[in-house]
Write a protein that binds this ligand. Structure first.
Ligand code: SF4
Length: 417
């Protein structure tokens, strides 16, 4: 891996641009995680090739003083080797951005970005590497603690090693967040209870999210899976809440269960450290709490505007309810558009999977401006899932679109100005 940038400290230690780093701390360099780890250390050896010659540098620095290494390579994600019964990628319609069809399953990105992995492609050497580099926490898709049920869902014999892998990580102090994607009739009910109990036995498993299976209208010849219905959602909520009480936290149903069951979500404090908020656990409670906080602290103002709020079908009734206090106090006429998902299928009701085309088919252009959550756009961009830009939609609607944080943390400030 050739250096393309480095800090003054690294130059003082003897490194040069273009050095080809071979090993660090006695271990062959695999990727930037090796450097992340050693940047926090004070003394270690680095072997490199410079102009064809092998050179060894003994680094001596304060821990956490960074060598600022950057490399001329891209860390391509490891591809998944499973055939999960419920794989969302398999259910995507054709014609979307190519990156959306990539099935990644990479422990390194789990550590760096919090993406969930199944561990089926992690070798024994890599497991040792995770422990050596202290890649903690990791986010692990377990689905079922029972090996046979998990194998039925994941369709990869390597998944039978998961319990041993997790026990080894647990013994080494690696923290783990876990998720169980639940398919009614397969891993719900007793299997779900046994899974939560089994995970709770490992002291370094610190949370478990119970997430309903996501089914689009594009399953074609894929296996039949029952969607979560009202009764199943209510039963699952009861099971998980009983265990949450027993374990004083630890396991949580995704908000989608509460929406499906037509039951109020729990209050803010139920969700503890919000470890699984990126998995849709506690997001509604956060939204409500954030909006209440802004209402308490906002100055009265006569905004006198008609605003269109664009969201997914499941959140629309909740948002309508939440906006009542905003409408009255700031003289706002709020119209909430709960967009029906024609692109993925009507069973997909979350805001994060709404396309611009569905918005344009269902929203009329009669408001002063529109508000939509940032999770409808590709992260750090202004691009929708179907490649439309925000400005394309603004042009067609003939009005400005204001993007707000999906946790509601800036919604009031952005709409009252
Ligand atoms: S791990 Fe399973 S759900 Fe995830 S991409 Fe692979 S096959 Fe799909």
């Amino acid at each position: 891996m050739k250096l393309k940038a480095l800090s003054q400290l690294a130059i003082k230690q003897g490194f040069k641009l273009g050095d080809d780093i071979v090993s660090i701390g006695g271990y062959k360099v695999i990727d930037e995680l090796d450097f992340l780890y050693y940047d926090n250390e004070s003394k270690f050896d680095v072997e490199l090739i410079r102009e064809g010659k092998e050179i060894k540098i003994k680094v001596s620095k304060k821990p956490f003083d960074s060598l600022g290494f950057e490399f001329d390579y891209e860390m391509k994600p490891y591809v998944c080797k499973n055939h999960c019964l419920f794989c969302f990628v398999d259910q995507l319609p054709k014609g979307m951005r190519e990156t959306l069809y990539v099935k990644d399953d990479d422990y390194r990105y789990s550590f760096m970005c919090g993406s969930y992995v199944t561990m089926t492609n992690v070798t024994d050497e890599e497991l040792d590497r995770i422990i050596r580099l202290k890649l903690s926490p990791l986010y692990i898709s377990v689905h079922a603690w029972d090996d046979d049920v998990r194998q039925f869902l994941v369709k990869n014999p390597n998944t039978k090693k998961l319990k041993d892998q997790m026990r080894k990580l647990n013994d080494a102090g690696i923290k783990m967040h876990t998720q169980l994607v639940v398919c009614p009739g397969i891993n719900d009910g007793k299997v779900l209870v046994d899974s939560i109990n089994g995970l709770h036995e490992l002291e370094n498993v610190i949370s478990c999210a119970v997430v309903p299976v996501g089914l689009t209208g594009h399953r074609g010849s894929l296996a039949d899976i029952k969607p979560v219905d009202v009764d199943n959602a209510k039963e699952t909520i009861k099971l998980v809440e009983d265990l949450h009480k027993k374990y004083e936290g630890f396991c949580y149903c995704a908000d989608e269960y509460y929406v499906k069951a037509g039951v109020d979500v729990k209050d803010y404090f139920y969700y503890g450290a919000f470890d699984q908020i990126e998995n849709g656990v506690g997001l509604l409670a956060t939204f409500k709490d954030n909006l209440e906080y802004q209402l308490e602290n906002a100055k009265d103002k006569d905004v006198n505007k008609s605003i269109g709020f664009i969201t997914g079908a499941s959140f629309a009734p909740i948002l309508r309810e939440q906006l009542r206090a905003v409408e009255e106090r700031f003289n706002i006429k709020a119209t909430v558009y709960g967009i029906e998902n024609n692109f993925f299928g009507k069973s997909v009701t979350v805001a994060g999977l709404i396309t611009a085309r569905d918005i344009l088919e269902q929203v009329d252009g009669k408001h002063d401006f529109y508000v939509l959550p940032d999770n409808m756009l590709r992260e750090f961009t202004d691009t929708f899932l179907d490649n439309y830009k925000v400005k394309d939609v603004e042009e067609k609607l003939g009005a400005k679109i204001i993007i707000v944080a999906h946790d509601g943390s800036d919604i009031l400030n952005k709409i009252i100005g």
